[in-house]
Design a protein around this ligand. Structure first.
Ligand code: GRF
Length: 199
């Protein structure tokens, strides 16, 4: 695949990881062109970040289509139209359709705010993750970039970054510390994947 690859970023919220990817591309640290941002919500702030950079956006809501099948067809058509090579999930709160995972096998990544395989799986997202880490009394946490397969938070781990957990942490202070490391490792992991430096 020739560089820079065409990257689609899928979001549902604030999009700070999207911003980190945008910034890494600008800094020459990520050999990609972010050609499309897909959002599961029309009010995601990440859409504003995309528009500011003149990146095309697409709000994808299954409920806007007569059937899930028609919705998924539409999504794959859009990804084809943009000739997308890689997909980075960045706070995307929906399941990626199986046919997309199949077609982009080993080219869909996700970032998770914990050290997988701990604190992953259905229902483990956002503050639930950090609450569980604190309740367990763990001394460290972190973030994981992994390939996406058909099972939540299950695919091969590409890169992890660790942070300490402090005695006086709240879910919010821990989340903030983890988010900083997410912004560092996501572009780094993607660059390695794109260059074939990780399997
Ligand atoms: C991050 O914590 C990420 O690990 C999780 O969702 C959050 C997204 O944050 N999957 P943002 O929208 O990138 O700011």
């Amino acid at each position: 695949m020739s560089l820079p690859v065409k990257l689609a970023v899928f979001i549902s919220g604030s999009g700070t990881n999207l911003q980190a990817l945008i910034d890494a591309v600008k800094a020459g640290k990520l050999s990609a062109r972010i050609t499309l941002v897909v959002s599961s919500r029309d009010d995601a702030f990440g859409l504003e970040r995309a528009k500011k950079e003149k990146i095309d956006t697409f709000v994808f809501r299954v409920k806007d289509f007569p059937t899930p099948d028609k919705a998924e067809n539409h999504l794959t058509t859009i990804l084809d139209k943009y000739q997308i090579d890689y997909i980075a999930l960045a706070g995307y709160m929906k399941m990626v359709p199986a046919r997309v995972i199949e077609k982009y096998r080993s080219r869909v990544t996700n970032i998770h705010p914990a050290l997988l395989p701990n604190y992953g799986g259905k229902g483990m997202y956002g503050h639930f993750v950090h609450e569980a880490v604190l309740a367990a009394g763990d001394r460290e946490s972190g973030a994981t970039v992994h390939l996406v397969d058909e099972i939540y938070d299950h695919g091969n781990i590409l890169l992890q970054g660790k942070v300490p957990v402090y005695a006086n942490d709240t879910p919010d202070t821990l989340a903030e510390r983890v988010l900083q490391v997410e912004h560092q490792i996501y572009p780094e992991a993607l660059e390695k994947l794109i260059r074939g430096n990780i399997n």
